[in-house]
Design a binder for this molecule. Structure first.
Ligand code: GLY
Length: 576
């Protein structure tokens, strides 16, 4: 357990204690003015792992109060929208992958959509040059938010009333919470962007620099959340909140209309399900590339004995880099919203295709990306956040949700207090032009009204012996699928603990640019061995913030639940 540096000043402490005594937090156990960070927690009745201690605690309280994993996932997401504004959201979108104690695999798509007046070339100037500032910042960068619809779509699997799930978030917004050193740094780093891209000064801007222990109060956000509590989905997609969004769009030149909001729906979809060495992996289908990329990468290594090569051996890492390269070449060419384009999923995931894909793999030698074109298929038919939840009944829920970049478009809806996403940049604004993650795309991911932009989010559930075993996911833009891939291979093939699997240094290859991105602590000797094979490296600082929950079973009953939170941030594991 690491004490965070949000120790309160004496006066602040007095005020905090008074507030704690006076106010009746829905969850009496949670003190938003002083909290610690746990990286690992064990229990047998329930667990939540998320990007923020207060959000994980909110989820755990819901489980203790009789809610199931779906309830806890909803409450945790809502709390993250308050305490982790860089990525937690109600103005963005996300995906949920779950497995119920009735044996049902579920995926819910609440990805943002392009507004009705969006057009294919909306981010090109008259000479056809990309205007990436517009797809990445400010009002025009936002897709129609999906998160609130997703929370209500998930709620049909929950047990508690929605009001009980949203109340902790309302109170955190209304009464405030102390921020961590990381949050203070992050808010200070975005101050000039907040000043530039807002028409109304948001709660995130103050004269003096933020510091650890300051209290962030978000009254407008509390009012918006209260409207959702009182009016359900209409509290966001219609009425006052919709009016405020539409007015903000008009002031700042954005495209989201009242009609776009009213028409937004989440979609329950058939998850991607495949076997890997006797385990069943359940992943997110299009419009996320995550599930299919996982299937491609895992299947391309399945018949090779990667365990005997050794963890972080040059041979094992080279193999993983090469399958990452090949899968991402397919992502760029073929993947997009399958409600709009034909994605040849059957071919891309077939054993024969993936075997063919590996035919030009040469152990000990890099395959240049310009030799790895997308595969032949016959016409056929950084900032995001993840939470993993498990309950004592055997339900598990894996949710990844996003505003896209840190604080999304940086635009807060005036009077409504929440940030809007900059998810439009996940479309291919022009074939071959890299987005903010350096990823390229083509026709399959071109902009069209009402279309969902391709995602990399990879909320994942793994079954062992037909029972939920692992609940995994991470933020990280295009690095998400490769981080989840490596975490699973670390656990399944290299027999690592969840903690080691999460914290060990990650690497990433996405076809283009033809470079291996690595974390600061990626072993230098390993890098040197791979450079000799022809690989180019670039340092990426940190990759992902992975949250893993692992369950053990005693027959039909959950025996133990272990929650792990990534060392890379304020991420917090809670269990009981
Ligand atoms: N915005 C990151 C993703 O959806 O992949």
């Amino acid at each position: 357990m690491k004490k965070i540096s949000t120790r309160l000043h004496a006066a602040h402490l007095l005020m905090a204690l008074t507030l704690v005594l006076l106010c009746c937090m829905a969850s009496a156990q949670i003190n938003p003015y002083q909290y610690t960070i746990n990286k690992m927690a064990n229990g047998s009745k329930g667990a939540v792992s998320s990007a923020h201690p207060l959000a994980s605690q909110v989820g755990l309280e819901v489980l203790k109060n009789g809610g199931n994993a779906f309830d806890a996932a909803i409450a945790t997401q809502l709390a993250l929208a308050v305490v982790y504004p860089g990525a937690g959201n109600i103005g963005g979108g996300g995906f949920l992958v779950a497995y119920t104690n009735k044996g049902k695999a579920i995926s819910i798509d609440y990805r943002e959509k392009a507004p009705g007046s969006a057009s294919r070339d909306m981010y090109l100037d008259k000479d056809g040059n990309p205007l990436l500032n517009l797809s990445q910042n400010g009002h025009l960068a936002s897709g129609v938010p999906g998160t609130v619809a997703g929370l209500f779509a998930s709620h049909k699997y929950g047990k508690l009333g929605f009001a009980a799930l949203i109340q902790p978030a309302i109170e955190l917004a209304e009464k405030g919470f102390v921020i961590t050193a990381a949050e203070a740094r992050s808010l200070n780093g975005s101050k000039s962007a907040f000043e530039k891209y807002n028409t109304v000064r948001p709660a995130f801007v103050k004269e003096k620099a933020w510091k650890a222990g300051d209290t962030l109060v978000q009254k407008d956000l509390a009012a918006t959340l209260s409207r959702i509590r009182d009016n359900g989905m209409k509290g966001f997609y219609e009425g006052e909140t919709a009016r405020l969004i539409s007015a903000e769009m008009k002031r700042g030149g954005g495209k989201i209309s009242l009609e776009d909001l009213k028409n937004y729906t989440a979609a329950e979809r058939d998850p991607i399900i495949f076997d890997y060495k006797g385990h069943t992996v359940i992943g997110m289908p299009m419009p996320s590339s995550g599930g299919l990329l996982m299937q491609q990468m895992m299947k391309m290594i399945e018949d090779r004995d990667i365990a005997s090569m050794g963890f972080h051996s040059p041979a094992a890492v080279q193999l993983m880099i090469e399958v990452e390269r090949r899968a991402y070449a397919d992502r760029a060419e073929f993947m997009g919203d399958k409600d709009f384009v034909k994605v040849p999923i059957q071919t891309l995931s077939s054993d024969a295709y993936l075997k063919e894909r590996m035919k030009d793999f040469i152990p000990g030698k890099a395959t240049p990306s310009d030799m790895v074109k997308p595969g032949k298929v016959n016409p056929e038919s950084d900032e995001t956040t993840h939470l993993s939840v498990a309950d004592q009944y055997g339900n598990v829920v894996s949710v990844t949700t996003t505003l896209n970049g840190g604080y999304g478009s940086k635009t807060v809806v005036g009077g409504a207090g929440f940030l809007l996403n900059n998810e439009m940049d996940d479309f291919s604004v022009k074939p071959g032009v890299p987005n903010m993650f350096g990823a390229v795309g083509k026709e399959a991911n071109a902009i069209a009204p009402g279309k969902r932009m391709l995602s990399s989010m990879t909320p994942t559930v793994v079954l062992k012996d037909k029972k939920p075993w692992l609940v995994v996911g991470t933020p990280g833009g295009t690095t998400i699928p490769t981080s989840v891939f490596q975490t699973l291979v670390n656990i399944i093939d290299f027999k690592q603990s969840s903690l080691d699997a999460v914290n060990n240094p990650k690497f990433h290859h996405q076809w283009l640019p033809d470079q291996v991105m690595v974390e600061n602590d990626f072993p230098k000797s390993l890098q040197t061995s791979l450079e000799k094979m022809g690989y180019l490296f670039t340092n990426r600082g940190q990759i992902g913030r992975t949250e893993v929950i692992k369950l053990e079973w005693n027959g039909k009953k959950v025996k133990s639940i272990e929650a792990v939170a990534d060392k890379r941030g304020d991420d917090h594991a809670a269990a009981y």
